[in-house]
Design a protein around this ligand. Structure first.
Ligand SMILES: *Cc1c(COP(=O)(O)O)cnc(C)c1O
Length: 453
């Protein structure tokens, strides 16, 4: 194995200086977001209370490449370019002829890919004179990333964390506070909506949709405060494309092209970030990888949701987005992959799934943790619960290769480490983790609330 690379690195000077926008390369553009009241396409003025103009422009830009500001590149250099690894030991353990590569984003200060967008979002808000950002967080990954990013520019940060993870992941909260953020359990006593939900049920486990509503309400009420979203939107996926651009350069260094690319999808940002540059190459006829989204069987928006206009939040304050949705009121069972517990999928990922440019599969929790344990025992890194889905999918693919004898090149993103998620691993190891049944009646009830357009 000595002559075959284990770790493929780029120099700082080889780091890409542009983000890639997939939209101009698509055969049809994605449907526009609609105003929640008028159902007309939203304009910049509708979004201005929540986002800075630079990000609103990136949301709708038809430019193929967007320059990364120097002040953002300077912060990226704290951990980028991130390494690409060849999973030799995992391959050997599986006995597969496939070659498995993973792009590791756990090297960032927050331990995931989220700072790739948190940093530019804080930067553009700061540049427009904003002093404070609000946001929601599920597992706590996005909250820690935004707390880190706002600290870089001397801004305040106020975060609503889904109650289920607030209780399960106290160390995430400590990290956010360490970087200077204020953290509330959501539903919270801070908003009228939160107080109402707590009055109905003091033990409410919360949901991302509810936490988004609370953070949006607080930002909309103050002109010096804006809101930041960690996934789903076009500008977020745009910022994450640095992952795929680096991976392309790294694979080119060793003369490899992927046959199969798998990524876990919560809102779609790490998946889009890794896969869009490869999809550009595929659409241009330069390579032909199969590209697959992997989601939890307990919150399967792509494989079980409907492609409809729906709200991004639980209350129905955000624009209506055409996306695969389980219904904005859907509250998934509190599974361990908190970052994948969102009722909808990024409109851009939904659109390319409808166009047949990518595939999707849902994998149950226990298979994911089994895969993650094999991964940790061979490759060493303990994955965050979300990318256990990507690893399980890579293992499924590698085992198919074992049967057919195909030497496929499999690429995935290990989008975060699981050092703050050991409570989930503890449950897996002591046998108390179960595969949760997806309640079709809960989906049906939530879908009945989705507006008919
Ligand atoms: C937030 C998060 C996810 C889910 O979000 P995407 O937008 O789908 O990437 C997945 N993995 C990790 C480690 C996360 O922090």
């Amino acid at each position: 194995m000595a002559d075959i690379p284990h770790r493929i690195d780029l120099n700082e000077s080889e780091m890409p200086t542009v983000w890639y926008n997939l939209i101009p390369d698509l055969p049809v553009p994605p449907p526009p977001p609609l105003h929640p009241g008028t159902h007309e396409p939203v304009g910049p003025d509708d979004l201005a209370p929540l986002f800075p103009m630079a990000l609103i422009e990136q949301e709708v830009t038809t430019q193929r490449y967007v320059d990364i500001p120097g002040e953002v590149l300077d912060v990226y250099r704290l951990w980028r370019p991130s390494p690409l690894f060849r999973a030799h030991r995992l391959e050997k353990e599986l006995g597969t002829p496939a070659r498995i590569y993973y792009k590791y984003e756990g090297v960032s200060p927050a331990g995931s890919h989220k700072p790739n967008t948190a940093v530019p979002q804080a930067y553009y808000n700061h540049a427009e004179g904003i002093t404070k950002l609000t946001t929601e967080t599920g597992a706590g990954q996005w909250g820690t990333a935004l707390a880190f990013a706002t600290a870089q520019y001397g801004m305040e940060c106020e975060i609503w964390q889904v109650a289920a993870s607030y209780r399960l992941k106290p160390h995430r909260r400590t990290m956010m506070q360490l970087w200077g953020a204020t953290v509330h359990s959501s539903p919270s006593e801070v908003t009228e909506y939160g107080r109402q939900l707590l009055a109905e049920n003091p033990d409410h486990t919360g949901s991302l949709g509810i936490a988004i509503s609370e953070a949006v309400m607080m930002a909309a009420a103050d002109p010096n405060v804006r809101y930041a979203l960690g996934s789903v939107l076009n500008h977020v996926l745009l910022h994450q494309t640095i992952i795929g651009e680096e991976a392309l350069l790294q694979l080119a260094k060793i003369g490899e092209t992927p046959d199969v690319l798998v990524g876990c999808t919560g809102g779609g940002s790490n998946f889009g970030g890794l896969s869009f540059p490869f999809l550009r190459e595929k659409l241009a006829g330069r390579m032909n990888p199969t590209i697959r989204c992997v989601e939890p069987a307990g919150c399967p928006s792509l494989t079980k949701g409907e492609y409809r206009y729906d709200f991004g939040d639980a209350v129905g304050m955000t624009p209506l987005m055409k996306m695969h949705t389980l219904g904005h009121g859907f509250i998934p069972d509190p599974n361990h992959a908190g970052g994948l517990r969102y009722h909808g999928m990024s409109p851009l990922v939904s659109h390319i799934y409808e166009l047949g440019l990518v595939e999707a599969e849902a994998i149950p929790q226990l298979e994911c943790f089994a895969g993650a344990m094999t991964f940790a025992r061979t490759e060493g890194i303990v994955p965050a619960p979300e990318p256990t889905h990507a690893i399980a999918a890579a293992i499924r693919e590698a085992l198919r290769c074992k049967e057919t004898g195909e030497e496929k090149v499999i690429l995935t993103a290990l989008c975060g480490h699981g050092h703050l998620d050991l409570a989930s691993y503890e449950q897996y190891l002591n046998g108390t983790m179960v595969d949760l049944d997806l309640s079709q009646s809960a989906i049906d009830a939530a879908m009945a609330e989705v507006p008919v357009l």
